[in-house]
Unconditional design. Structure first.
Length: 132
């Protein structure tokens, strides 16, 4: 039995939030075209178990996804912010949090979501998926 695992790093470099936080975040830097990076991001989100839907918000450079309820949680909201750093360089930041605000424990579900997303985005980048 565990409450939550992992560590969320806030926007401030010096702040770190404890293990009991339900919101979890991971970042990755990718190289490629905007279209390719969005494709990798979408595929990585779809690889997360229990994902219901993924919506592109191109106007705000982000993708929004949600998961269905499970024994571990009543569902989660995921948001990936896509920032262009330089020509062909992008920073992606995935945040997973409970769909309902009153959740106290997430049993590590949000941590697992961002870890799967990060792993899959890295795998897709290394294998060249979407470079057709």
């Amino acid at each position: 039995f565990f409450v939550a695992k992992g560590k969320k790093v806030s926007d401030k470099v010096s702040d770190s939030v404890g293990l009991l936080e339900n919101e979890q975040a991971r970042e990755i830097n990718l190289k490629g075209t905007s279209k390719h990076v969005h494709f990798i991001c979408r595929q990585a989100l779809l690889a997360i178990p229990g994902i219901n839907d993924v919506h592109d918000d191109m106007a705000n450079s982000k993708m929004i996804a949600s998961t269905s309820a499970s024994w571990r949680s009543a569902g989660e909201k995921l948001e990936v912010q896509i920032r262009k750093l330089d020509a062909g360089q992008f920073n992606l930041r995935c945040v997973s949090q409970p769909a309902m605000k009153n959740v106290i424990f997430d049993y590590g579900k949000n941590f697992d979501n961002v870890e799967v997303w990060h792993k899959k985005a890295h795998e897709f980048m290394m294998t060249g998926i979407g470079f057709n």
